[in-house]
Write a protein that binds this ligand. Structure first.
Ligand SMILES: Cc1cc2nc3c(=O)[nH]c(=O)nc-3n(C[C@H](O)[C@H](O)[C@H](O)COP(=O)(O)OP(=O)(O)OC[C@H]3O[C@@H](n4cnc5c(N)ncnc54)[C@H](O)[C@@H]3O)c2cc1C
Length: 770
């Protein structure tokens, strides 16, 4: 007998099995098991083993099921069609609007024959449906009415008002954001790929001057005093749609440099400097990092010795690798620097403090004792002049110490409102957290720009298609949706989370930012990593066009790359958050006494995690998987579980005599995962709260699937962990994967208006997205 004849015989045999009455309730399940063709032999065996374990099935039903589920002998396409026809015959009269899962449908088939439904069979069906891991209601719908046809073009028209969504995202500073948008749309502000480095730097400086002259460095009424951080952050976020060298130079001057004077200085500094800094009469830089010490600011080595006789500080670079490095604005334009150095008074060290140090004279030449070098060509951001600084006995007056948190009297007595050196250090750094918030927001805008380009392009670009029919827009391909839609949903999620963070930041007092600081650290890391992943994905999604400089993605990729490093290296920042989570946000690890640390760890390690409900781990129906309490619950559970487990591991090590540094090092991966899980849970929560707070029902309806897609994508991405910890069974993980596919299709239908709502100004969009 030929292989063909064997298959035919097998098909006839299997078709004849449809006559087995006991098999009737299982038909929908058997159909779904084979219809998609995506079950692995192991999965079929797993379902087969559930059949074996099921109680109350007759031997003939058991045998029939065994044959249907035999991975070695799959049914023919004809048998599967026969199966579907048999189900549809039995289900005549049911409608797709009846919400039935596969178990329900099977039982209805039995009832339709007038036979009673046996509870044991129902139980067996439920177990098999869970093991199959399909979104039951959706599968039933497909059995009853077939695949949903692609929505006609008319259905893809915006189902919501993108302008209203844009207003929601822009929030309070919409008018200011629109001003920046129209400025960036002017031909003079267009990014110019291929401009040489020197010309690029000149151009970026002239753009900065233009922005300063229009008052964007500060609102006019507070040029010399209180800053308006809300306006500044909205300006910074919107500027990130344009040239990113401009953004970073603007940030170095108005964020880092002005911010250091504002936050670390006192009235005399504000009055003397802020007006000139915010109008750009005085260009400055923020010199914290040294070649030897970047992430570890505590141990920088530049010295500032107080000379009591002359009432001056003497700045000194003790060795070559203690030079200041990568400093934005330093190579060419800055006249003055905020220099972070170890303060020494009368031979006693008081830790890191900030000093205002002139570095160039009026003619732009380095002042005596200061050496300056250009960092040269970089991977991106070449319109910014990053440089290195050395100090050789540079003298500055006593008043140049930014003395909000530590003062030196003329006769050399050091005082501080914060007696603990380490608390003082963290408080000083904590006041600078606004820069980190800004980078998180700028990364968000960069993601929005990349997605706007890629989504618009994909909605028009056509490749391949059904035989004899027009080619299909690439955005209609599932794989393209899979690449872009979860990232679109995440960008919306991060928007809500970052805006919430900004509100908290603006409401907080500088001295009271410990918890906020660690959350800022986590969100900055997640937002910047999201940006570089999204930009790379969008670049590939635009094919060859994405590679052309004129289409902006190349520069966007190069310029945002360093967002993961400056304003705090992401890996270091996630550790900061991880440590802060296990110490209950109270203190940093190194600061606590060992006893205090162990008490905190014990409390966290003992935190009760809600019990896993064995039914919930298996539920796969769509309503459950879309349900907010399931989604938030799963993300919270993971974060909570990780905090508890890393605390137990740390405590175990410290109890066994390891010092805290070693203990942390051995649990570093765990701490980082804890922090990431916490941020993801926080983002979902803020997104959900933001949706609730939105008064426009239409927008809430559009945002709901974005929330579901964001949350399910996070669960899907970490399904290994959830499976490892028994939070899902395999069937549930598969059902999530299928629902993510479905949600990608749903979001795709609104993708163009969803990116339009980001409000990227037309002048910032390249030809492929115009
Ligand atoms: C373009 C650009 C502009 C900049 N502008 C300024 C500026 O204007 N002013 C300023 O002061 N600085 C500036 N910087 C410096 C920037 O802030 C630092 O580069 C950053 O803080 C990281 O320090 P680092 O480069 O020394 O890296 P390192 O701290 O040496 O880190 C190197 C690697 O080691 C890892 N690592 C470090 N510590 C740990 C740890 N404990 N556990 C595990 N892994 C660890 C990090 O994750 C990273 O991958 C700029 C940098 C660049 C590139």
């Amino acid at each position: 007998m030929s292989a063909h004849d064997t298959r035919r015989a097998r098909g006839a045999e299997i078709t004849s099995l449809l006559g087995e009455p006991g098999l009737l309730p299982f038909l929908p399940l058997l159909y779904v098991a084979w219809a998609d063709g995506d079950l692995e032999p192991d999965e079929l065996r797993l379902i087969g083993s559930k059949v074996d374990a099921a109680e109350g099935l007759t031997p003939s039903v058991r045998a029939a099921l065994g044959r249907w589920l035999d991975p070695e002998a799959p049914p023919s396409a004809q048998s599967i069609q026969d199966l579907l026809a048999a189900i549809r015959r039995g289900a005549e009269g049911f409608t797709a609007s009846q919400k039935l899962n596969l178990t329900d449908l099977g039982m209805e088939l039995v009832r339709s024959t007038g036979h009673p439904v046996e509870p044991v069979v129902q139980d067996a069906l439920r177990a098999l449906e869970a093991a199959l891991g399909v979104a039951g209601e959706e599968a039933t719908r497909r059995i009853l009415i077939g695949e949903r046809p692609a929505p006609p073009a008319a259905e893809r028209r915006p189902a919501f008002d993108a302008e209203a969504m844009s207003r929601l995202l822009d929030g309070e500073h919409r008018a200011l954001r629109n001003e920046i948008r129209s400025l960036l749309s002017q031909p003079a502000f267009r990014p110019e790929p291929g401009l040489g480095r020197e010309a690029y730097r000149v151009k970026v400086l002239s753009w900065c001057r233009e922005l300063a002259s229009r008052g964007y460095g500060a609102s006019p009424e507070n040029l010399g005093g209180e800053s308006d951080d809300g306006r500044y952050l909205a300006t910074f976020e919107t500027l990130a749609f344009g040239d990113l060298s401009l953004l970073v130079k603007f940030g170095a001057q108005f964020g880092l440099f002005a911010g250091s004077i504002q936050q670390l200085g006192t009235r005399k500094h504000h009055e003397r400097y802020l007006r000139q800094v915010r109008t750009l009469e005085l260009l400055g830089c923020f010199a914290m990092t040294e070649t030897s010490h970047g992430s570890n600011v505590h141990d920088i080595e530049t010295l500032a010795n107080y000379d009591c006789q002359r009432q001056e500080f003497v700045l000194h670079t003790p060795h070559d690798r203690a030079r200041k490095d990568y400093i934005g604005n330093a190579a060419l334009h800055a006249r003055i620097a905020t220099v972070f150095a170890q303060l020494q008074v009368g031979g006693e060290s008081h830790g890191v403090h900030a000093f205002l140090v002139p570095i160039r004279d009026d003619d732009g030449r380095p002042v005596p004792g200061v050496r300056i070098e250009d960092c040269g060509e970089k991977m991106g951001l070449n319109g910014v002049d990053n440089g290195r600084l050395w100090f050789d006995g540079v003298r500055i007056p006593r008043e140049s110490l930014l003395d909000r948190f530590g003062q030196v009297s003329p006769d050399g007595v050091y005082t501080s409102p914060i007696p603990s050196p380490s608390k003082r250090f963290f408080t000083m750094l904590g006041t600078l957290v606004g820069g980190r918030v800004g980078v998180g927001l700028a990364a968000l805008s960069a993601s929005k720009l990349a997605l706007t380009i890629a989504v618009r392009y994909a909605s028009r670009r056509r490749q391949f298609g059904p035989e004899g029919a027009p080619e299909v827009p690439i955005l209609d391909y599932l794989s393209h949706q899979r690449r872009l839609m979860p990232r679109l949903a995440s960008t919306y999620a991060l928007d809500f989370a970052l805006k919430h963070l900004v509100r908290r930041y603006l409401e907080s007092r500088a001295e009271d930012r410990r918890e906020l600081e660690s959350i800022v650290a986590g969100l900055k890391a997640v937002s910047t990593w999201h940006a570089i992943d999204t930009i790379q994905t969008c670049r590939e999604a635009c094919g060859g066009q994405g590679y052309l400089a004129v289409n902006r993605l190349a520069a966007l990729k190069a310029d945002t790359d360093v967002f993961t490093t400056f304003e705090g290296d992401n890996t270091v920042l996630l550790q900061l958050l991880g440590k802060s989570l296990v110490t209950g946000h109270k203190r940093q690890f190194g600061e606590m006494s060992l006893g205090g640390l162990v008490r905190h760890l014990a409390a966290q390690a003992g935190t009760a995690i809600s019990e896993l409900n064995p039914v919930v781990t298996r539920i796969t129906d769509e309503a459950h998987l879309r349900d907010r309490s399931f989604l938030l619950g799963a993300l919270r559970w993971r974060a909570q579980h990780l905090v508890g487990s890393v605390a137990r591991r740390l405590k175990h090590r410290i109890d066994s005599g390891a010092d805290s540094f070693l203990a942390v090092n051995e649990c570093q991966d765990h701490l980082i995962e804890t922090a990431r899980a916490y941020v993801e849970s926080l983002v979902a929560e803020q997104f959900a709260e933001g949706i609730d707070a939105c008064s426009d029902a239409e927008l809430r309806r559009v945002l709901a699937p974005l929330f579901q897609l964001y949350s399910l994508w996070r669960l899907e991405s970490d399904r290994g962990w959830f499976l490892e910890h028994g939070y899902f069974e395999g069937g549930k993980a598969k059902a999530i994967r299928k629902l993510v596919n479905k949600l990608c299709g749903e979001v795709r239908s609104q993708a163009v208006p969803l990116v339009d709502a980001f409000g990227v100004p037309d002048g910032c969009l390249p030809p492929i997205a115009a």
